[in-house]
Write a protein that binds this ligand. Structure first.
Ligand code: PLP
Length: 389
């Protein structure tokens, strides 16, 4: 029989995040701090809207771009939060999570050989989706000494005549780094000078702890060359509803909608009705969850630094990224031993790019009680290592 598989797909590695969690599932008393999924339930009034949509028989396809009522609310939200004005008819597309929006944006913009600058460590889908879209990933390594922000020097060094797209992954998974308006202005200047487009993944925009979230699309000359990606999974604890969106210039959105139309048709209808309610009435719930995340964030930064796992202060998302360099082990060795000896699962930094070596991603989308037990076990592990050092 001939090989049924495409060379492109067989050369792509599966996500490194899942590896440990198959082991954890079988291990009694194991604690996982590994998954990037809110521990909160979707707020009840949002769930009710989803249920009500089903009860009312709202089980039809929506328009490919999404319910107009939802697109209008997305525009209101982007205006209210960022002062960005989009046309609900021409510049918004509702997708199956931010994940689909990232994939479709890349597929709509890339021709074979076009280069996509991907700052790492960062979310696992950018690189494979770039390859699947025929593009060539160009990795920029973010550094702890730059607080894992993208610097002008690093960006300039990565640009070639083939650069078409820059992915801006802030607030960042896995480091928790953010970029403020002033820092984004410097990046925007380089982007405009070199005629590059930006995919700005702002899925964690609501989870920003010191100050307010800024989008590169707010800067003069950038809205027309930026696709803003966002969604409901993280801010509203709606991962399983599978709902996100892209906002961007019509010339790109109309092509993105074609891909979505043929591959997906439309995002889940009852999720779209629920999302209208999330945007209209969800602010207080978001504030409540952000407050809880912030408390956990402060606890983790303090504790990791106290036990000698140096931890830079993450200002967004729900991850901390402590260093394990002083133990002379790889991230994978540390994570594997921690799981086997103390039954705590965390993700090696290398799951987010090679430059994640020497770090671990710890998610605080877990209750404070759970975090305290896990940190007690990590401290015991580190104390044993310290005796041997
Ligand atoms: C940075 C980032 N972008 C996008 C996503 C995709 O989220 P969803 O498809 O649930 O909207 C995730 C999920 O973990 C993420 O961490």
């Amino acid at each position: 029989m001939r090989n049924p598989l495409s060379k492109t797909i067989t050369q792509i590695e599966p996500s490194g995040i899942r590896k440990f969690f198959d082991i954890v599932a079988e291990m009694k008393d194991a604690i996982s701090l590994g998954v990037g999924e809110p521990d909160f339930d979707t707020p009840w009034h949002i769930r009710e809207e989803g249920i009500y949509a089903l009860e009312k028989g709202r089980t039809f396809y929506t328009s490919n771009a999404g319910l107009m009522e939802l697109r209008v609310e997305i525009c209101n939200y982007l205006d209210r939060k960022l002062g960005l004005k989009y046309s609900p008819k021409e510049e918004i597309m509702v997708t199956v999570g931010g994940s689909e929006a990232i994939d479709v944006a890349l597929r709509a913009m890339l021709d074979p050989g076009d280069e996509v600058i991907i700052p790492q460590p960062s979310y696992v889908s950018y690189l494979p989706c770039t390859k699947l879209a025929g593009g060539t990933p160009v990795i920029v390594e973010l550094k702890a000494e730059d607080k894992f922000k993208l610097t002008e020097e690093a960006l300039k060094a990565a640009i070639t005549p083939k650069t078409k797209v820059l992915i801006l992954p802030f607030p960042n998974n896995p480091t928790g780094a953010i970029m403020n308006y002033k820092e984004l202005e410097k990046i925007a200047k380089i982007v405009i000078d070199n005629d590059i487009y930006v995919i700005s993944d702002e899925i964690y925009s609501e989870l920003t702890y010191n100050g307010i979230h800024a989008s590169i699309a707010q800067i003069d000359g950038m809205k027309e060359r930026t696709i803003v990606i966002n969604g409901f999974s993280k801010a509203y604890a709606m991962t399983g509803w599978r709902l996100g969106y892209a906002a961007g210039p019509h010339i790109i959105m109309e092509q993105m909608i074609k891909i979505h139309q043929y591959a997906i048709m439309c995002a889940p209808t009852n999720s779209q009705f629920a999302a209208v309610d999330a945007l209209k009435n969800g602010d207080e719930d978001v504030a409540r969850m952000v407050e809880a995340y912030n408390q956990r964030r402060r606890y983790l930064i303090h504790t990791f630094n106290r036990i000698g796992m140096e931890c830079f202060e993450p200002e967004g998302a729900f991850y901390v990224f402590p260093s394990i360099r002083r133990f002379g082990m790889t991230s994978d060795e540390f994570a594997t031993r921690l799981l086997m000896e103390e039954k705590v699962a965390i993700v090696p930094g290398t799951a987010f790019g090679n430059c994640g070596e020497g770090f671990l991603r710890v998610s605080y989308a877990y209750s404070l009680d759970n975090l305290k037990i896990a940190l007690g076990r990590i401290e015991a592990f580190v104390n044993r290592l310290d005796i041997k050092l």
